[in-house]
Design a protein around this ligand. Structure first.
Ligand code: G3D
Ligand code: MG
Length: 209
């Protein structure tokens, strides 16, 4: 087994989106398979852990949820710092909440570049008859910004598992790409170290030229 297969990946994931779109509900559905549980309202800004095993790879997710600060526009970079992934949630019956997702995409790409994996969740699809965010628009926007789009209902348990699985798989790929790049860099250094003295001094001359 390769090192990549045996090591454990630790990922930080943040939930972002306007208040009331269903972030906490999605998290609670994923972790505890519950909806509208009493402790929903008392859950404070914190993270919940989820351990996964995908194709023999151990993964620990720390999934961060807010205590509702987003309702006062008070979520700063400290919340999403060092995140490997973000779940951007909007409510399909609330166009404003989709605009908010677009703002988050802009901010995250500006601050973290492509180091962070983004997925977009159009939540409350059980209220399809009240939809105001056009489905095609949401999907084509997501594609344009390099984010997978999911149709979720925390209430009916639709799309939630799939969303976390896709995000996790993409984070694994990204992390292993980064590890490979690091290894390639390290092995280059080793090759230089292994060279006989005559060649080393030659390299040194070239490098300083
Ligand atoms: P937030 O964490 O983004 O602020 P919450 O959102 O998870 O607290 O959910 C806000 C409200 O939306 C809650 O209703 C919750 O029950 C409801 N909700 C969450 N997900 C869904 C969903 O998939 N479908 C439907 N129909 N409702 C959902 P209340 O009434 O408790 O405010
Ligand atoms: Mg919440």
């Amino acid at each position: 087994m390769s090192a990549a297969q045996t090591s454990t990946h630790n990922f930080k994931v943040v939930l972002l989106g306007e208040g009331c779109v269903g972030k906490t509900s999605i998290l609670l559905r994923y972790i505890e398979d519950k909806f509208n549980d009493k402790h929903l309202t008392t859950l404070q800004a914190t993270f919940l852990n989820k351990k996964l095993n995908i194709n023999g790879k151990r993964i620990n997710l720390s999934i961060w949820d807010t205590a509702g600060q987003e309702r006062f526009h008070a979520l700063g970079p400290i919340y999403y710092r060092n995140s490997n992934g973000a779940i951007l949630v909007y409510d399909i019956t609330d166009e404003e909440s989709f605009v908010k997702v677009k703002n988050w995409v802009k901010e995250l790409r500006k601050m973290l570049g492509t180091n962070i994996i983004l997925v977009i969740a159009g939540n409350k699809v059980d209220l399809e008859h009240e939809r105001t965010v056009p489905l095609e628009e949401a999907e084509s926007y997501a594609e344009k910004v390099g984010a997978k789009h999911f149709h979720t209902s925390a209430k009916l348990n639709q799309g939630v598992e799939e969303l976390f699985l896709e995000l996790t798989q993409e984070m694994v790929v990204k992390s292993e790409e980064n590890t490979q790049t690091d290894n390639t860099r390290n092995s280059r250094v080793l090759v230089v170290d292994d060279e006989p003295p005559a060649q080393s001094s030659c390299c040194f001359t070239n490098r300083s030229a």
